[in-house]
Design a protein around this ligand. Structure first.
Ligand SMILES: Nc1nc2c(c(=O)[nH]1)N[C@H]1C(S)=C(S)[C@@H](COP(=O)(O)O)O[C@H]1N2
Ligand SMILES: [Mo]
Length: 224
């Protein structure tokens, strides 16, 4: 895979802008502008770590589905879904980045294949325990490297990192990847999630440094 910079070195990424759906593969292992490399893996989230209750847990796809119904997987069923891995970086808006983790789990596009969205779906809301949520454009959700991760570097996630399932969206800031995911809502119009309502950018592309909602251009997010 060709690389235009050394891993962990901030180079002229801002001039190689391929647009909102850009060629992010070529940027793997590089630091977006304003980010610094983090050794180890810090824990960052709002609120308490939920306790996993296997008998009550389900992963639910709802909203504007193609057939109008809902789709649920219990933990056993979810664990049996086709497992894939993605090597990808995680960029926190508080400016640390973790590079080169191997995430294992179920690609979001697999979920969308098993529980397809209606034709007019434009966005998804990913829901987590305690009502945490984050909204994504359907294109970011369906990107090849967007994955509902159950494992990192071959080990099951720990509770504080999102066990049993967290979303990883390597092309966006890490708040767009809820830990402790419980569901996906297909939407025919955009709506802001938890951090997007509280001052963070509706799209959150780290390569464009889309950190805060005041940076949004017209049309990049629903009115606040
Ligand atoms: N449910 C939930 N998921 C969340 C958050 C949160 O507050 N709640 N914070 C996000 C943010 S801001 C970051 S940087 C990453 C951090 O993941 P980590 O703690 O595994 O490093 O989780 C994201 N997922
Ligand atoms: Mo973050």
């Amino acid at each position: 895979m060709p690389r235009t910079g050394r891993p962990g070195v901030l180079s002229s990424v801002s001039v190689c802008d391929h647009g909102p759906m850009g060629q992010l593969e070529s940027r793997a292992g590089m630091l977006p502008p304003g980010q610094r490399l983090q050794k180890g893996w810090p824990v960052t989230h709002y609120g308490p770590v939920p306790r996993f209750k296997p008998e009550r847990w389900e992963f639910r796809v709802f909203g504007a589905t193609a057939d109008g119904g809902k789709r649920c997987w219990n933990h056993e069923e979810f664990s049996a879904l086709p497992y894939e891995t993605v090597v990808a970086d995680l960029h926190c808006v508080t400016k640390f980045s973790m590079l080169g983790a191997e995430w294992g789990g179920v690609p979001a596009k697999t979920i969308a294949r098993l529980a397809p969205p209606a034709e007019d779906v434009t966005h998804v809301m990913v829901w987590a325990e305690y009502g945490f949520s984050s909204n994504l454009r359907l294109g970011d959700f369906l990107a090849d490297d967007t994955i509902f991760a159950t494992h990192k570097d071959g080990e099951p996630l720990t509770a504080e990192h999102g066990f049993p399932v967290r979303l990883v969206v390597p092309r966006l800031y890490a708040w767009k990847g809820p830990k402790w995911v419980r569901g996906v809502e297909y939407m025919t119009a955009d709506r802001r999630g938890f951090w997007e309502e509280r001052g963070y950018h509706n799209i959150g592309d780290p390569w464009r440094e889309q950190r805060y909602s005041y940076q949004e251009d017209p049309g990049e997010g629903p009115e606040l």
